[in-house]
Design a protein around this ligand. Sequence first.
Ligand code: AMP
Length: 190
Amino acid sequence: MGRGRIPLPPPPDPRPAREPQVAVIGLGSNEGDRGERLRAAVERLRRLPLVDDVRMSEPIETVAVRTDGPDPDAPRYLNAVALITTRLAPAVLLGMLHAVEEEQGRVRRERWGDRTLDLDLIAYGDFVSDDPQLTVPHPRAAERLFVLQPWLSVDPDAVLPGAGRVDELVRRLTNREGSPAEADAGEERS
Ligand code: AMP
């Protein structure tokens, strides 16, 4: 038996790099220094691996919503939207959002209770998933002015996959509900 050269194993599949996608993150806080919490969360998003070009909307103030509807006596929310360009897979990105929530000390006393920081994955390019652990686009985004208005402010041509142009959704919700603050009523936050 000759002592031939040991053949090298075939090279691993050169997996094509994931194309960068624009992901839309909804941010909300109704405890403590809400503006600072949102800014700190966006700074954290900027430092995530495979994330760049982070753009944050101006925050807007909205009424807290409980299981039984809007609660004008509860601390009001500050909501904002961040658009990030990322090569993280959607499930990995959502996992990182949860890690940032934990890191920043989110306290969840009850399902619809006050939140130091809530981060939702609103959309991820054209990606669609109905997995309960990863529902994308976010199932209630089309009804939420506190998501759609800040999103529209940073992307006037935004489209919510499966629901249509965000400017059109905002127009319909605003006409239906009257003022934006009232339009927060009647749907649940999660
Ligand atoms: P939260 O209300 O933010 O604590 O989210 C509760 C659950 O919703 C978690 O188990 C998430 O995995 C799940 N979830 C599913 N889709 C989404 C999404 N698009 N954004 C945020 N959370 C999601």
